[in-house]
Write a protein of this length. Structure first.
Length: 226
């Protein structure tokens, strides 16, 4: 059973989704306002958040960015759900920290599959431990520590670390990282990766230098921790 938070200003749409999820055995929380969504996410700790882009009190990207910045909600996967499929909107969502982008209209079966990837089958489920300098990551338990202090990362941020730490060591292009983390088509700009790296470095603090930029190519992990 999943705990799902649906954030959309269309009450009928929320009711339909709630009925579908409950028939499938899942628990649903729902609201039509961004500010209430943040409070619900902190209180109920859902396993996934379905967030509309156009809300009456805030833009979906703004709410997503705030969710990803808060320690209690930063690790919860967020899927932007919207009828706006243009590249600028997709970029805005991913740069705000969204883990997926679902275009309306969609089938409920497709939505379930996408949520399963975020909650159960995503790259964060891989086991293993990464230790680089002051950075220690246990991928099986999603625990990240920098200098012994626990740091909360989003699914995408943790997936980025996992990709970069793969063996043998290599330089990853932005397109390769896009495909590894989201499985996106080529119509999504690679700048999404740059934003993700920037946010991850900010959270890693003292350990940020372990992610190195290879000019003109992409990124690599400095396994020496120097």
């Amino acid at each position: 059973m999943w705990r799902v938070l649906v954030v959309d200003d269309d009450r009928k749409y929320r009711k339909i989704l709630k009925e579908h999820f409950e028939r499938a055995g899942h628990e649903v929380f729902e609201t039509g306002e961004g500010e209430l969504a943040i409070g619900l996410a902190e209180l109920e700790r859902p396993q996934v958040i379905l967030l509309d882009f156009d809300l009456p009190d805030a833009r979906g990207s703004t709410i997503c960015r705030r969710l990803k910045a808060h320690s209690r909600t930063s690790s919860i996967p967020v899927a932007i759900v919207t009828a706006h499929g243009d590249e600028d909107t997709r970029l805005e969502g991913f740069e705000a920290g969204a883990d997926d982008f679902v275009l309306k209209p969609f089938s409920f079966r497709e939505l379930l599959l996408r949520i399963r990837v975020l909650v159960e089958d995503g790259p964060n489920r891989a086991t293993g431990v990464l230790s680089v300098g002051t950075l220690a990551v246990a991928f099986d338990t999603h625990r990240v520590r920098v200098d012994g202090i626990q740091t909360e990362l989003s699914r995408s941020e943790l997936a980025l670390l996992r990709s970069l730490s793969g063996l043998p060591p290599r330089v990853w292009t932005r397109d390769q990282l896009l495909d590894s983390i989201w499985g996106l088509d080529a119509d999504v700009d690679s700048r999404v990766v740059d934003g993700l790296v920037r946010r991850l470095r900010e959270k890693l603090g003292k350990a940020a230098d372990c992610i190195q930029t290879v000019r003109g190519v992409g990124y690599r992990l400095d396994a020496t921790g120097s």
